[in-house]
Design a protein around this ligand. Structure first.
Ligand SMILES: [Zn+2]
Length: 631
């Protein structure tokens, strides 16, 4: 056929015959997606500044090579928006059978009413696809759009749809799905089975705020190739991954968190660049987030923006991303700090729910419930043959732990032997009167001057090598009392639990009046050790803590009053010790102090041959009833 005989084409005809260049999802959203006024915090035409960290995942989604996107994100991080845009994009640009799986029928109805209907209502092109009538949507069965079928399902109804082939599947909030539906298979596996006919162009979105580390969502999330979100600092230009640890919180003079309301009032918390340590204003944070980038694990990014290292992107990709609380503009650092402080306050009263909510909803990381359990029964097995008030053989030195309360103090004496074998020698509550008055500390001083007879040689008394007294409460009085003791050569140090000591064990500091050396203890460290000695070690010997035959139920209650939770957090594990609801923990606290004193004495480097302790001939005897105890 010669050139001259070809029929001329009009432009419109040519455009019809040429393969259509598809817009990517970001471009599509900018021209067709409107945030509905009634549900979204921000409304009006969608903008790429709105959720900058979704832009790349959106391009991956529409690029063809991505098969599965697993997104762990905090609430309000735009997951639902992403799913909605993916639906609109599929219906308009890249049609294929589309399934959305929500946790329950109610959630599915709500999603249809608040997101999917507004999506079609506000976009004329999409409205045309459903015949111009929003009443044509169905739930739990198919909805026919012009050139594709949409299924809005929930975990259970997904079973009934198990024989329909689909190309797109959105698993929304799988943490709220039942673990198994129908014939012992989970909804995710069921949904994916239906994509078999679309092995070359299927797309799966799995998105949720993570809840528990061993749930359906998290195991699915882990299956993707990891990407991290990096942002540049507006001050120094260097890049880092945003994290909650970079939020600096003002503390009071004793190093404790302020009240939640103070953080909420503003000015007491700030995001700080980990490189140049300069604080970011909210605007600077927003600016940095807008310039952020997703990098594969192992990659770093230079000040000029050049990427190095990392994994090469695969062809048939499954990707996982994590969008924590620092990315969205929806919450200010002040609000987050207030929520954190409130969660910490609640934790101290034994309620960990707010902390769990903060970790899963705000940080977007899952929570693991595996506690370091402290069952009281296990303590009974530790009750040995010896009585309180006698130093059993093998004890090389004695330390004391003192917990100061309103008008009484709790005390515990521990004898330490070779390789950290230890014996609780004495425990008591000393009612001394208002601890705000230094003159009331007499009974405590008497107690500190006392010693215990050796089982092998009752004529010899062993005095304590060091005592550690809690100065977190009544700081001024306790430090004054400790100074008075030190002047009289009674070995004692004031100490308190502190969040500052993270990597070390204990750290000295001068008290406000610079008169005495106090210690900040890493309480978690000591509690972990004591937990191992009391609840893990089952045979007397190294690393085992003996309890006396006459231990009371109350002592055992105190010693089992706390338990540890493990929280996976950005690849690390945080051990959080929490008080069991309504349980006093004073002797447990005393035990922490006794172990702290032992640490300062050097229990870990103890040489049994060289170890000597303060023993005195039985000169000064313990008075018969030196103190009032409850028993
Ligand atoms: Zn910087």
């Amino acid at each position: 056929m010669s050139e001259s005989r070809a029929l001329p084409l009009f432009d419109a005809e040519r455009e019809l015959l040429l393969p259509r260049k598809k817009p990517d999802m970001v471009t599509w959203a900018e021209s067709h997606y409107v945030l509905p006024r009634e549900t979204a915090q921000m409304h009006g035409p969608w903008s790429r500044d709105y959720v900058p960290f979704w832009l790349e995942p959106m391009r991956w989604w529409s690029s063809g090579s991505l098969r599965q996107l697993n997104a762990a994100a905090c609430t309000q991080a735009g997951k639902t928006e992403f799913a909605n845009i993916a639906l609109g994009y599929a219906a308009d640009v890249d049609p294929g059978p589309f399934l959305i799986v929500l946790p329950t029928e109610d959630v599915a109805k709500k999603r249809l009413a608040t997101r999917i209907r507004p999506l079609f209502r506000t976009c004329p092109r999409l409205l045309g696809k459903i015949g111009g009538d929003l009443a044509n949507f169905n739930i739990g069965k198919e909805t026919i759009l012009n050139d594709m079928i949409l299924y809005i399902a929930w975990a259970h109804s997904a079973v009934t749809l198990s024989d329909v082939p689909v190309r797109y599947v959105v698993f929304d909030e799988p943490t709220k799905y039942p673990a198994a539906v129908g014939a012992d298979t989970d909804p995710i596996r069921l949904g994916k089975r239906r994509q078999r006919g679309f092995s070359l162009n299927r797309k799966t979105l799995v998105c949720s705020s993570p809840v528990l580390e061993d749930d359906l969502f998290w195991s699915q999330w882990l299956s993707g190739q990891p990407y991290d979100w990096w942002v540049p600092c507006g001050h120094c230009g260097r890049w880092h991954q945003m994290a909650w640890e970079q939020v600096e919180l003002d503390k009071d003079e004793s190093g404790r968190l302020l009240a939640a309301a103070e953080y909420a009032a503003g000015g007491h918390a700030r995001y700080v660049c980990p490189h140049c340590r300069r604080p970011w204003s909210e605007y600077e944070r927003w600016e940095s987030v807008t310039r952020g980038r997703w990098l594969t694990v192992g990659a770093t990014i230079g000040a000029e923006g050049q990427e190095t290292g990392g994994l090469p992107p695969g062809a048939n990709r499954s990707i996982r991303i994590w969008a924590g609380m620092l990315h969205p503009i929806f919450q200010t650092i002040d609000d987050l700090a207030a929520e954190w402080a409130a969660a910490q306050e609640a934790k101290h009263t034994g309620n960990v729910k707010p902390l769990q909510d903060f970790i899963t909803n705000q940080l977007g990381t899952p929570w693991k419930e595996t506690a370091r359990a402290t069952p009281v029964e296990r303590l009974r097995a530790h009750m040995g043959k010896y009585q309180t008030g006698v130093v059993p053989e093998g004890c090389l030195f004695v330390t004391r732990g003192i917990d100061v309360q309103l008008d009484h103090v709790y005390v515990i004496d521990v004898g330490w032997g070779d390789l950290s074998e230890a014996w609780v020698l004495f425990f008591a509550r000393i009612d001394c009167g208002d601890t705000e008055r230094l003159s009331n500390y007499g009974p405590v001083q008497d107690y500190l001057r006392s010693g215990w007879p050796l089982a092998a040689d009752p004529g010899t008394r062993r005095h304590h090598t060091l005592a550690s007294i809690d100065c977190a409460y009544r700081t001024e009085e306790v430090t004054a009392f400790a100074r008075q003791c030190q002047r009289q050569k009674v070995p004692i140090v004031p100490a308190r639990g502190s969040d500052h000591v993270k990597r070390g064990i204990t750290r000295p500091f001068r008290d406000a009046n610079k008169r005495i050396l106090c210690w900040d203890m890493n309480v978690n460290y000591f509690k972990n050790i004591l937990h191992a000695m009391l609840f893990v070690a089952s045979e007397p010997g190294p690393g085992y803590l003996h309890l006396p035959r006459d231990s009371t139920d109350e002592l055992l209650e105190h010693l089992s009053s706390e338990e540890a939770r493990e929280i996976p957090y950005k690849g690390r594990r945080l051990i959080v010790w929490v008080k069991k609801q309504g349980r006093p923990n004073h002797w447990w606290n005393c035990l922490v102090h006794a172990r702290h004193a032992a640490e300062l004495v050097g229990v870990r480097w103890l040489d049994p041959a060289a170890a000597c302790s303060r023993t005195k001939p039985a000169g000064r005897r313990m008075p018969k009833r030196p103190m009032r105890t409850k028993y």
